[in-house]
Ligand binder design. Structure first.
Ligand code: NAD
Ligand code: MG
Length: 374
């Protein structure tokens, strides 16, 4: 075994009978065959991917399965969020049925969060549940969407509206696959990495402040540490609250502000989700400062560290603008947990000291946002 393989980190997601391993490392893909083989009754897997990932990396996937005698049936979707649709769900299920897939077979999601989300839903539905394995290929999917079992498709009435919780049996996060990712997609995924430090791990946030450039340069040790630490953080929260009845809501830090910006921008690609989350986290800390919850110098430090990685930190300069404070507050009001002009927000008393603030007053949020836009 090579040096890099020995260094791979295993993160266990503890969910009783549904527990599974996340294998994180530069070159971890090479462990897929040995890990998959014991799960299979027949030496074959079904692979869902998108055309970009297929062109770049399908050869590498097949090269690790061939030596252990595992054949592949591959379906490639058009890249992009629009592929997370009902019609593609039906298409995937029809493909699985037409190729004779069974409950004892495994569907491998090989791609970013779009592929992982729709593949997981398809696997859960196929004959009431076939095996599911994630091989995430974007930073966002390695640190976030491949962990925790949320699956979904979009409908014209909203994103991620239709889905189930369905845990994979294994996740292989090979950080070497990230080398082909566009820099902007990498940075957007990095926003979710920073989030874990801000939620409850101040030492990790400090480490990212010092080593973020190495993470974004994909230095093998740095990116592996960032991905493994992020997966451990999410796994711990998911193990405590699998279906978001409580503490899992902390993972929404920055997301209520961020979603408002994404929605106001009608989800156009000039604002990526991670970019909106980066700004949203800064806004959550600054709003906390405005409310006397967060020390102002802490909010300033958060903005400085996030900004240093090239992510947006100013609402007034956000692409897709100019935004309006009242419109953003109205969009926050549409949060399904909003009641009587109040909305739950994830705020923080300090770095790594986030908490669920149950009833932020949207009028004060609107006044704060108006100040940010001046
Ligand atoms: P994505 O899957 O659309 O991937 C982004 C782009 O990168 C695509 O164009 C893709 O083709 C390309 N790509 C993927 N891997 C590549 C590689 N190695 N090299 C070069 N290009 C590559 O998007 P994403 O950012 O990975 O995920 C976003 C999706 O994840 C959204 O649909 C979101 O709702 C979902 N999500 C789900 C969860 C969850 O818990 N299930 C959490 C967060 C986000
Ligand atoms: Mg997110």
């Amino acid at each position: 075994m090579s040096e890099t393989l020995r260094a791979a980190e295993i993160v266990r997601v503890s969910l009783g009978a549904r527990s599974y391993d996340i294998v994180v490392g530069h070159g971890a893909l090479s462990m897929l065959g040995a890990r998959l083989a014991p799960m299979l009754k027949q030496p074959r897997v079904f692979v869902l991917t998108d055309e970009t990932v297929s062109n770049l990396h399908m050869g590498a996937l097949e090269a690790v399965l061939k030596p252990v005698g595992i054949r592949t049936h591959v379906l490639s979707l058009v890249p992009g969020e629009r592929s997370k649709s009902f019609s593609n769900l039906e298409h995937i299920l029809d493909w699985l049925l037409s190729t004779g897939a069974d409950r004892s077979d495994v569907l491998v999601a090989f791609g970013g969060g779009v592929i992982g989300d729709i593949a997981g839903l398809a696997a859960s539905l196929m004959k009431r549940g076939m095996g599911f394995v994630q091989v995430p290929t974007t930073l966002l999917s390695q640190v976030d969407s491949s962990v925790g079992g949320k699956t979904a498709v979009n409908t014209p009435r909203g994103k991620n509206m239709i889905g189930v919780f369905y845990q994979p049996r294994l996740v292989i996060a090979d950080t070497a696959l990230l080398a082909s990712l566009p820099a902007r997609e990498l940075r957007a995924g990095y926003a979710e990495v920073l989030k874990y430090g801000l939620i409850n791990d101040p030492a990790f946030f400090d480490w990212l402040e010092g080593n973020g450039a190495d993470v974004l340069a994909l230095k093998p040790d740095a990116i592996q540490h960032a991905v493994a630490t992020s997966c451990r953080a999410k796994a711990a929260i998911v193990a405590e609250d699998e279906t978001e009845g409580g503490v899992r809501a902390l993972l929404n830090l920055g997301h209520t502000f961020g979603h408002a910006v994404e929605a106001a921008n009608e989800y156009r690609p000039d604002v990526l989700h991670g970019e909106a989350v980066a700004l949203g986290m800064v806004l959550a800390f600054r709003y906390g400062a405005a409310e006397g919850i967060t020390a102002p110098d802490v909010a300033a430090k958060v903005a400085r560290v996030i900004g240093a990685s090239g992510l947006p930190v100013e609402l007034a300069h956000m692409p897709g603008g100019p935004y309006e404070a009242s419109q953003l507050a109205d969009l926050m009001q549409q949060d399904k947990k909003a009641r009587g002009g109040r909305v739950p927000l994830i705020l923080a008393r300090g770095i790594g000291q986030s908490y669920i603030h149950p009833d932020a007053d949207l009028a004060s949020v609107a006044a704060f946002l108006a100040g940010e836009l001046e």
